[in-house]
Write a protein that binds this ligand. Sequence first.
Ligand code: NAI
Ligand code: MG
Length: 497
Amino acid sequence: MAVGVSDILQSAFLTQHPVKMLIKGQWVESASGKTFETFDPSSGRVLATVAEGGQEDIDRAVRAARKAFESGGWSRLTPSQRGRLLWKLADLIEQNADELALLESLDNGKPIRYARSIDIPQAADHFRYFAGWVTKLEGNTIPVSVPNMFTYTLREPLGVVGQIIPWNFPLQMAAWKLAPALACGNTVVLKPAEQTPLTALRLGELICEAGFPRGVVNIVPGFGDTAGATLAAHPDVDKIAFTGSTEVGKKILQASVGNLKKVTLELGGKSPNIIFPDADMKLAIRGAMNAIFFNQGQVCTAGSRLFVHTSIYDQVISELSKAASNMKIGAGADPATELGPLISPEQLERVKHYIELGRSEGAVPVTGGQRPEREQLPGYFIQPTVFDKVHDQMTIAREEIFGPVVVALPFDTIEEVTTRANRSMYGLAAGVWTTDVKKAHEVSAALKAGVVWINTYNVFDAAAPMGGYKQSGYGREMGHAVLDAYTQLKTVWVNLW
Ligand code: NAI
Ligand code: MG
C-alpha cells in the first residue's frame, strides 16, 4: 500500500506533541520540558515539534546505556541472539520503507526517488551486513617465545558509545553508526542532527519493536552545543563517533581529552573528480553530475572540484551545464524531482555566500548561480551551478561548499593534475574517468584520498571501508575496518608451567 504525504503528516508518530526521545526503552519528554521544531525545507512549514534533549537527558541516557552494557540485557545475550536482533531490525526497516522514505524526504528535502531507492534500502542492508559480524568477532592465539605460556587475544566492546550524526543522510548515518557499534557489543546514545531528527526517532520505535533490550539504544534529539557537546565531553562515554563539519570534529577531539575517550571522525571534503580525454564521455558527464548534484551536493564525498583535460574542457563544460540546467528542481516528495532544496535557511545562505564570493574573485557561473523563481519554489532552493574561469587558489576551489556548486578546472598532464588534486587540507574521496587501465591505477595510487572511484562516483556498500585522509577524518566506517573502531583487544597470558 503506497504511503502519501498526508498519511505521514497525520500519522500518530508525527502528531505527538512533542515527538519524544528514547531513553532506557521509554519514550519521554525532555527533563527541561523544552522542545524544538523540525521543518520541511521545500516550504519551510513545520513538520513536527520534538523533545529537545539537554544535559540532564544526556546524563540519563548515558546511565541507561551503561547499565545495559554492564549488567543489563545486552551483555547477557549470546552473539547469535544479538545478530538476530540486528537482522530483525533490517526486516522492519524494509517493511516500513515507503513510510521511512517519505518521512526522510519531507524532513531533509531529498528527492523521494533516491530516498526510496538508496537511503532506506542501504540502511537496512547495513544492519544485515553487521548482523553477520556479531558471531565472527574472533581473537587470535599468539605464538609467543616465552616458554610455557598460552597467549590469546579477545576482541571486546568498548562500552558506551556516543554517536553524533549530521542531517544529509539522516537514517543512513544512523545505520552506519548503530549497526557496527551494536554488532561489536557496545551500547549507544545517538544524537541525530537538529535539522532532521525524525527518521532516527522512527527507527527507535522499530528498535523497540524488534525487541532490543531497554537501554541498549538511546536516542536523544537536540542541538550541537548543548546535547552534542555534553555527550562529547561526558566522563562515562567510552567513545564518540562523529560525522559532520571539520570545525566541530576538532571540538569533539578537544572534548575527548577529559577521559581520553576514543574518537572516530568522518568530516568534510573537497574531492577532485578527474576526467581524461580517453574517458567514455557520456558516462563521465553523467558521473560528474551525480558526483556534485546528488543530494543537492550535500554529500561529504561530493566531487566538487572537476578537473577536465584541456582538450575536452569546452565540450565537457557545455554538456555538463546543459544537463544541469535541465534538472527538475522541486520538493523532495514529488516523484519527478531530481534536485530538492537545501536543508535550511542557514545552508542556503552559506551556499549563496560562496557563489557571490566566487563571482567576486573572478569566477563565472556557466549555469545556475541563482535561487529559482520564489513563487514556484518558496523553500531553500538553489540552482545547480557550474563555475568556469576558476583558479586553484580561489576560495570556492578550496573550501567545502556543501551545495550543488561545482568548480571546473582545466589540466594538461597526469602529474600536474594529481599534484593539484592533492593540494587540499581534505582527502576524503576522488574520481577518475579514463578507459586506460594503467592510467586509472597510476592516478588512483597518486591520489591522497580514503576512497577513489574509477569510472563511477558516490557508490557505497556496507562491506567497503570509507573514511578520510588528512583533515577529512580519523578511522574508517563500514567493512571489517570499522570493527577496530568499536572493539578493543585484550591479551590474555596463561602460565601453563
Ligand atoms: P555540524 O558539524 O555543526 O553538525 C553535525 C552534527 O554535529 C549535528 O548533529 C550537530 O548538532 C552536532 N554538533 C554541532 N556542534 C557540536 C558540538 N560543539 N559538540 C557536539 N556536537 C555538535 O554541521 P552543520 O553546522 O550542520 O553544517 C555546517 C557544514 O558542515 C556544512 O556546510 C558542511 O560543510 C559540513 N557538514 C559535513 C557533513 C559530512 O557529511 N561530512 C555533514 C554535515 C555538515
Ligand atoms: Mg527538517
